[in-house]
Design a protein around this ligand. Structure first.
Ligand code: FAD
Length: 226
């Protein structure tokens, strides 16, 4: 039901999938005109071998379709992952709802260091509260300007230009396990922005539930995509 997706904050939903560990085994075994019906020890060994030797293509014969809602600044990082398909909410065609990201107090952080080796430290509580308030006031005033422009008759595609990147968007993302593991390697890493890392961890839990042996082999391989 469409209304179920209008949560005030973000989400990761597995909309549909065609994904299991056996597909990895059988797409490799077709080289020898062989096929397995069960995941026995030899099959598990084969998945580990393929992962370790970086024979990546057998991990492509599957598909995950996610429905995701996240702030635009997270989506921008997500859309950099070219191996996969995206369809996104259109702020040209639909009025944007009043839904904006505001950080948890514990996530308000300072940034020190140089590009490539930044470190992030929590702010003290009173500064974190002040920062959060500034972000929220900016969200509110930007949305008021947006509504004012719409009331004047300005086209949605232009009125949206006043909205900040904290605005929520939603999209469908269809991806295979090989590209998904690459996404997870990069976006669950400590070096990734904490805000996308939270979504990536949810994606990883779903991946693990659908392809547990592949997930385990990927962990053993240092979380590097084959
Ligand atoms: C911590 C972090 C910081 C980042 N900082 C920046 C930044 O400052 N500026 C910036 O612009 N981006 C930045 N990025 C984005 C980054 O450069 C990648 O665009 C993004 O992570 C997608 O990775 P990918 O290309 O491996 O994924 P995908 O696009 O999904 O590609 C998957 C794999 O397919 C192959 N592939 C895909 N397209 C090509 C191609 N055209 N040619 C050859 N091989 C291809 C590669 O093997 C690739 O690893 C950052 C990413 C991270 C994780």
């Amino acid at each position: 039901v469409e209304d179920d997706f209008n949560f005030a904050s973000g989400f990761v939903i597995l909309d549909s999938s065609m994904a299991d560990d056996l597909s990895v085994v059988n797409s490799a075994r077709v080289s020898f005109a062989k096929r397995s019906e069960t995941l026995d020890q030899a099959a598990i060994g084969l998945i580990n071998f393929l992962m370790r030797e970086r024979h990546g293509t057998p991990f492509e014969h599957n598909s995950f379709r996610f429905h995701i809602k996240c702030p635009i600044f997270v989506a921008r990082e997500w859309f950099r992952h070219r191996i996969g398909s995206f369809n996104e909410f259109s702020a040209r065609y639909s009025e944007v709802p009043n839904e904006f990201f505001s950080p948890l107090l514990e996530d308000v952080r300072k940034q020190t260091g140089k590009p490539g080796s930044y470190t992030f430290e929590k702010m003290n509580l009173s500064d974190a509260e002040k920062a959060k308030k500034i972000i929220e006031e900016n969200n509110t005033s930007a949305y008021e300007s947006y509504l004012e422009l719409l009331e004047m008759g300005v086209a949605k595609e232009l009125a949206r230009s006043v909205l900040p990147v904290s605005m929520y968007t939603q999209f469908y993302w269809t991806v295979n396990a090989r590209a998904l593991m690459n996404f997870l390697s990069l976006r669950t890493a400590e070096s990734a922005q904490v805000d996308i890392r939270k979504y990536a961890k949810d994606v990883e839990r779903i991946f693990e539930s659908q392809m547990p042996i592949t997930h385990e082999a990927w962990i053993k391989n240092g979380r590097i995509a084959p």
